[in-house]
Design a protein around this ligand. Sequence first.
Ligand code: SIN
Length: 485
Amino acid sequence: MASTPAPLLHEQAYIDGQWTSAASGRTFPVKDPANDALIGRVPDMDAADVTRAIEAAHAAFPAWSTALAADRAAILKRWHAAVTAHGRELAEIMTRECGKPLAESIGEVRYGASFIDWSAEQARRVNGEIIPTDQRSRRLLVLRQPVGVVAAITPWNFPLSMITRKVSPALAAGCTVVLKPAELTPFTALALAQLAEEAGLPAGVLNLVTTTDAKRVGGVMSTHPLVRKVTFTGSTAVGKLLMAQAAGTVKKISLELGGNAPFLVFDDADIDAAVEGAIASKFRNSGQTCVCANRVLVQEGIAEAFIPRFTAAVERLKVAPGLEEGAQVGPMIDDKGVAKVMRLLQDAIAHGAQVATGGKAHALGGRFIEPTVLTGVTQAMACTREEIFGPVAPVQTFRTEAEGIALANDTVFGLAAYFYARDSARIWRVGEALEYGMVGINTGLISTAVAPFGGVKESGIGREGSTHALEEFTEMKYLSLAGLG
Ligand code: SIN
């Protein structure tokens, strides 16, 4: 990584305040998905390493959990300042390991840093309650205490912000953390850990384990008795497994899982705004985002006007390696991702979908796919049920508002939904009827540290961000103080 100053590129994991190798000495390579160039190697840790990390987090918990909230907040504020100051280097590392366009990585550093800042502020607002008593001789109080050691497992598609969205509220609440970043994107995580160390985070409070054996290491994280909370962002299949494993020791759990976001355009929508919103929502991170529009549902009365304008906007997107000037759509993260998108494309075409633009591998080769619009899409096609996770926009039409809502809700997922409309009564009706944890109305971008992020149905449990963020990392303790006369 010639343009990245070496100090932020760590090839060791971080346990108990020490930069460390795997006990086995094994390492694994991390490559740029745009060209397979080697970025570096990191330790390939196993059950013994992650157990050491959990024990370190457990040992650090008494001092960290009883530190003054203001002192925890001050360290988080310094971490925020360091992340902001190193924004460009972090963004370059991120683009190299996950392929997203540099402009998006720079945006993600800002977005990710905002969770640290927000959590620092919230650290001092973990208030308890005093309940009006039911007996003259006693008083009833509720404390909110940190839950204990937190196991955080994060994905490759947002290598920085999914870490700060979990780790900073956990630390603010007084928890200690063992973090396992995705195998494909460990360098952003390691750089974040270095900046946390420089900000004064004590040894053992944040531990970072890199591995290719997510199954084994995640198994230890979700079953170890010293871990009291598991927080995970990733696929619904893995989320279900972690939930089942965590049940053995009844851990608290937060899951941000898959989505199948509908993007509805009603007859009364502002077409230009809807096109802009659909591009922003669908093609963010080349479509590899849990909250990406997965299906575009257009009401018949506006379809003829919307589809050509949307298709023309998709055709203007610049496909290029993430570090190239003006890149808007980068490569898929890996060959598995490419194969899935291609399978869904072929299935849709075989079931009668028409390709309005794109529809095949990009001339750049490798993991680049042409930004694609499919029309004539029906519920018979797998792309309406599965998360595409690529730059393909299937367009379906519907007749009535009720039909649009029914199509939108016809999924086991319930993370994000979007719709464009102008009529205020419709806005309320549709907003209330969509079975999703988050609904973007006349916007394709909804994510912010100050609002609750999370899904319903098989899209997850719990919320991240907002004033509720720290609740997920605390337990309520009821004190009944009797004998007061
Ligand atoms: C995700 O795709 O999981 C996160 C997207 C976001 O925070 O906006």
